[in-house]
Design a protein around this ligand. Structure first.
Ligand code: GLC
Length: 546
């Protein structure tokens, strides 16, 4: 049985401010992306997901949307989007948009109307509440928020509106008021925005903070978190609470089933929904695939994004345990997915280390499931220590925890060794964020010439994946037992391909079962050696008669 494109394909995420600038203003744009599509087609990816490019005051760089159905002039216009969609489709590439259903910008006309008066017809399109009892107008006490919910970016999740004397809810910045998904007219209007972009050629959607859209209808307080974090990011006040009431209410599943019905039912084309679900309990994460219909096909998100590999200790044991759990928990009829980086994380090459990141590339592109790559990780671009005065991300500013800022992983793509790396005609000092310091070496042109570069490794892996049906199609995943403790090895298909990954900085003995039955297809280290794996080496072997 052949699988739909979103199961066989590889997704590539573009942060549009940083991919390619076509007009010399130092910020990337849609025409820039169009100009670089040949690179993406040649790299061997199948679908491009573009972070938001809608009109926005840019309080959260586009995740504060002021019009869900247009393009911000900074990035171009609808005609530029149409050019991009046509050019992508002409190359066989799919186009995924970033849909932001949880909140809008406070400048969105819907919010302007909503806040204008308590009687506004759009009042209930957002979440408004009176102050806590005994506080606010007439009590002699300053207004206090109706509950203890916090904004993920710092401070309370409620902002007081002086003129209508109520609080509005914002799970993120106060410039990003939460939309009220319990209000049918709002729901209908948001579903229409999906139809708008499908009519213009969108092949699917990455859904921003998808699980946030439905909260406890009674707005109960979140309980305290007695064991804050231990996650991979520095903690902030947000982690002092357990977020059981301010997101992920069970009603969210019915909302996703509705979203899926709209996306699947639009026309005969196969489209996809990839939901951003930050849920580290994998059993709960797997519920976002939804309940099965009469034919046994789950009816929720096509793929809740699996962030597990970002949390997992980078050891053979840790990574195997994660993959085994995903294989066990993804429901019948649903499809796994994996990711190692995105615009909210530290860069892969820095988080893991350059050799470890090469091993990560082999893992990501040989597991059973859809991989998502983050632009620039294929070059090994490191995190950039952006000087304080050049930092832009509000998450590192309003939270009071500078390390939560995400600028370091959002710096411009490097195409060549010229001063602005081929990213922009603007001078290096006029780019919206600085380039990574080693851009003269870590760029597409230079790495393209180097057989040992990260880019060459990604190209070879993507090519291998495309030309090896058990890697791309549903070929089973079976972990190998009895390997040295630093080695995670698995076969794909009916033992047609064997992947062995050495998660250690030292050489270890390893000979594949059946010895001579295998021929090398690829190694992170050039030629494969017979009976061992070198430091952080990953190899892919093919069965000779396979
Ligand atoms: C998601 C986005 C992030 C954004 C936040 C609020 O987590 O990935 O970049 O800041 O939602 O929209």
């Amino acid at each position: 049985m052949s699988l739909p494109w979103w199961q066989t394909g590889v997704v590539y995420q573009i942060y549009p401010r940083s991919f390619q600038d076509s007009n010399g203003d130092g910020v990337g744009d849609l025409d820039g992306i169009t100009a670089r599509l040949d690179y993406l087609a040649d790299l061997g990816i199948d679908a491009v997901w573009i972070s938001p490019f809608y009109p926005s005051p840019m309080a959260d760089f586009g995740y504060d949307v002021a019009d869900f159905c247009d393009v911000d002039p900074l990035f171009g216009d609808l005609a530029a989007f149409d050019r991009l969609a046509a050019a992508a489709h002409a190359r066989g590439l799919k186009l995924l948009l970033d849909w932001v259903p949880n909140h809008s910008s406070d400048r969105h006309p819907w919010f302007q109307e909503s806040r204008a008066s308590r009687d506004s017809t759009r009042r209930d399109w957002y979440v408004w509440r009176d102050p806590a009892p005994g506080t606010g107008p007439g009590t002699g006490q300053p207004p206090r928020p109706p509950n203890n919910w916090l904004s993920a970016f710092g401070g309370p999740a409620w902002t007081w509106d002086k003129s209508t004397k109520q609080f509005y809810l914002h799970s993120f910045l106060k410039e990003q008021p939460d939309l009220n998904w319990r209000h049918p007219p709002l729901r209908a209007a948001m579903l229409d925005t999906l139809r708008f972009w499908m009519a213009r050629g969108a092949d699917g959607f990455r859904i921003d903070v998808a699980h946030f859209i439905l909260k406890d209808p009674e707005l109960r307080d979140n309980p305290p978190n007695s064991a804050p974090s231990g996650g991979h990011k520095p903690t902030a006040a947000y982690d002092t609470l357990l977020h059981v009431h301010d997101k992920g209410h069970p009603d969210v599943h019915e909302a996703f089933a509705e979203v899926r019905a709209v996306v699947d039912g639009y026309d005969e084309r196969e489209r996809v929904t990839l939901g951003e679900i930050h849920e580290y309990d994998l059993e709960r994460w797997a519920t976002y695939y939804g309940r099965p219909d009469a034919d046994g096909r789950p009816q929720g998100l096509h793929m809740p994004i699996n962030f597990g590999l970002l949390q997992t200790p980078w050891t053979a044991e840790g990574v195997r345990a994660h993959v085994d759990a995903v294989e066990r928990l993804v429901p019948e009829g649903a499809w796994p997915n994996y990711v190692l980086g995105n615009h909210d994380e530290r860069r892969l090459a820095t988080r893991l280390g350059p050799a470890e990141a090469r091993l990560g590339a082999v893992l990501l592109l040989t597991l059973r499931g859809t991989p998502t790559l983050y632009y620039g990780d294929e070059l090994g671009i490191p995190d950039v220590d952006v000087p304080m005065e050049k930092r832009r991300d509000p998450a590192g500013i309003t939270s009071g925890v500078p390390a939560l800022g995400r600028d370091s992983g959002r710096t411009p793509m490097a195409w060549d060794a010229s001063p602005s790396a081929g990213f922009s005609a603007a001078a290096p000092g006029n780019l919206w964020l600085p380039l990574h310091p080693d851009h003269a070496v870590l760029n597409v042109a230079t790495e393209g010439e180097d057989p040992a570069s990260m880019l060459t490794l990604y190209r070879r892996l993507l090519h291998l994946r495309r030309t090896t049906p058990v890697l791309q199609q549903a070929g089973a995943y079976r972990p190998l037992d009895g390997t040295p403790s630093s080695v995670f090895a698995y076969t794909r298909g009916e033992g047609d391909v064997l992947v062995a990954l050495n998660f250690s900085p030292g050489e270890v003995p390893f000979s594949p079962p059946g010895g001579d039955a295998w021929s090398p297809l690829l190694s992170t280290h050039g030629p494969v050696s017979k009976n061992n794996l070198r430091a952080w080496e990953g190899v892919v072997l093919g069965r000779r008669d396979g």
